[in-house]
Design a protein. Structure first.
Length: 294
């Protein structure tokens, strides 16, 4: 393949950073999107050839346009090999007390940012796909939360379910152009998003009314505790990055790539267990306080 250039969003830490580094070290030219100059400096200090950090907040049209101009000038008539949509954030809250602005920011980051970035870069991906059929890739980062929901992260789940549906539709739409659309479905990965989630949980609890705390505080903490225990056994970001590389290089990639035994286990349960049984299993792990018959 000629001019193997990739754009990745959300590379300031975790899977995004590990994937950007691995691919750059493997000979790909990687434009690594971050939201802050501090994150750019962090990546630049790694002194990795082929790794080019750029400011790219996917919720900002100007950032997307600027990234497009940079990449277009680099790839020329060959086109762009791949876009990896990894940017994300989290927001944990009881539905009865959610803040619409924060919920919209999450959806703008995970879903609309991904959709707008994909739309902008599709002409460059089609160019590459026309020259190297079925090599061009759009790799969107879903989650185990794309196939099975978890309490108090309903907007994250909504975004991740939407990413899976969007990508499957896109896969069919772009097949005639030699572009493959793929979803990465990670389970627990040792990444800073879990720390940010814990911070979001504490902030949400602090903003609950007295009634809200009485109703939801215990169960929110139970859900957070289960998430934390899952994170401790999560896969290392460097190992997760190898799955991204495989998705990029497989000659006939499937729609979904699962990361971690927990993601594969949840997929098995979704496919083969009745929803009621699957939710009962999760419910037992959560051990929520009941507020009925009080």
């Amino acid at each position: 393949m000629e001019n193997k250039t990739i754009l990745i969003t959300g590379t300031s830490s975790g899977m995004g950073e590990a994937t950007a580094v691995l691919l750059a070290q493997s000979g790909y030219k990687v434009f690594a999107g971050v939201r802050s100059p501090a994150a750019m400096d962090k990546l630049n200090k790694l002194n990795i050839g082929n790794l080019y950090p750029i400011i790219l907040d996917v919720t900002k049209v100007d950032d997307i346009n600027h990234a497009f101009d940079l990449v277009k000038d680099t790839v020329g008539e060959i086109g762009l090999l791949a876009v990896i949509n990894n940017a994300g954030n989290n927001y944990s809250v009881s539905t009865e007390f959610f803040d619409e602005e924060k919920a919209r920011l999450l959806l703008d980051t995970h879903f609309w940012g991904m959709a707008n970035l994909t739309k902008k870069f599709l002409p460059l991906l089609r160019k590459y796909g026309s020259k190297y059929p079925n090599q061009a890739r759009i790799i969107n980062v879903g989650s185990v939360g794309s196939i099975s929901a978890f309490p108090f992260i309903q907007f994250y789940n909504a975004a991740k379910f939407a990413i899976l549906g969007f990508t499957e539709s896109l896969r069919l739409e772009l097949a005639p152009f030699g572009v493959k659309a793929i979803v990465i479905v990670p389970g627990s990965v040792k990444t800073s998003i879990w720390k940010r989630t814990d911070d979001a949980v504490q902030e949400s609890i602090s903003k609950l009314t007295t009634e809200g705390k009485e109703l939801y505080q215990y169960n929110i903490k139970q859900a957070s505790k289960l998430s934390a225990s899952m994170e401790k056994s999560g896969i290392n970001p460097d190992n997760a990055a190898k799955v991204f590389k495989k998705a990029l290089e497989d000659s006939n990639p499937p729609l979904k790539y699962f990361i971690g035994k927990d993601a594969k286990a949840v997929n098995f349960m979704v496919k083969y267990l009745p929803d009621s049984l699957r939710q009962s299993i999760v419910g037992m792990q959560l051990n929520f306080k009941s507020y009925t018959n009080r």
